[in-house]
Design a protein around this ligand. Structure first.
Ligand code: PBE
Length: 298
């Protein structure tokens, strides 16, 4: 009898353990995708332009009628879910953007967007408050000159993703690229501890750019404060003059709504980066899925 009880106890323990470790199946190209991912696109924070873009895509591609939904989370939660899926070759559809280390670290592909819901490539603009040129001409000049490439931005993002503090990653990157720092700061009149406030949304790409431009401003003598916030307050902060500038405007599409809402209340210093992109992305092992249309049909 004792033996039997023991046997039952260990057998049920095994069952429990098996239940805990049961993980979703790997991607199966012979089955339709929808049921494999519970008809879910894994998204980020609600305010992001890529989220409203994806809501439009759900309608434009009739995905909504086909039971598909967009799950709101955060960049950190999305990339962690993505990382786990890739590890086990499981199916997943995410809101993706470039530059971002997710494309460097995982083997991802953008889904084709034949209806151009997400637009083509984008530029990231620097937006300053009105009056900054007059009040802080040196800062204005550095901000106006600040320009880099997707590869530059990815390099800083990878350092941060590897665990380096963003401020340190930015300083280290600038040390490795003295030509860039020189191009932005050469001949600029130094200042002595004048305050500058930069606001940003804590997306990985914007953490990188904001910290780099802050380090460049510090190098000419500014005392720089960087303040993370949601996207709506971000635009309001520059429009009202509560902040001096931000480098996070993805245009024409992703931040387009805010650009239009606050038009006339800020100064657009033009692009600091060309060749950015947003859309839906999947791991390359999802061989059958190459277009947003495939989500419904394949
Ligand atoms: N992003 C990163 C932002 C802009 C920068 C693509 C997540 C968005 O508004 O969607």
């Amino acid at each position: 009898m004792r033996k039997l009880i023991k046997w039952i106890a260990s057998a049920s323990l095994l069952l429990v353990l098996a239940g805990c470790s049961s993980k979703p199946a790997a991607y199966d190209s012979k089955q339709k995708l929808g049921p494999q991912v519970n008809y879910t696109i894994t998204g980020i924070d609600a305010g992001a332009g890529i989220m409203s873009g994806t809501t439009k895509a759900l309608s434009a591609y009739k995905l909504k009628a086909g039971k598909w939904q967009l799950q709101t989370s955060s960049t950190a939660a999305m990339t962690s879910t993505l990382g786990k899926a890739v590890e086990h070759k499981q199916p997943i559809v995410v809101t993706g953007w470039q530059p971002h280390w997710m494309f460097t670290k995982y083997n991802l592909k953008f889904l084709k967007d034949p209806k151009h819901v997400y637009g083509q490539t984008e530029s990231i603009h620097t937006i300053a408050r009105k009056g900054l040129q007059k009040d802080s001409p040196s800062a204005y000049t550095v901000l106006d000159r600040f320009q880099w490439t997707p590869a530059d931005m990815s390099a800083v993002m990878l350092k941060v993703n590897g665990g380096m503090e963003p401020k340190k990653a930015a300083e280290q990157w600038l040390k490795q690229h003295p030509d860039k720092l020189k191009a932005w700061t050469q001949g600029v009149q130094p200042v002595k501890g004048k305050s500058i406030t930069l606001t940003f949304v804590a997306w990985d790409s914007e953490i990188a750019s904001t910290n780099v431009v802050a380090a460049a401003l510090r190098s000419v003598g500014y005392k720089v404060t960087t303040r993370p916030m949601e996207i709506q307050p971000l635009w309001a902060s520059v429009a009202t003059g509560a902040a001096d500038a931000m480098v996070c405007a993805w245009l024409p599409n992703t931040s387009g709504k805010y650009y239009a809402d606050y038009k006339g209340q800020f100064v657009d210093l033009g692009a600091n980066l060309h060749g950015a992109r947003v859309g839906l992305a999947v791991p390359k092992y999802m061989t059958k899925i190459n277009s947003i249309e495939d989500l419904l049909n394949k």
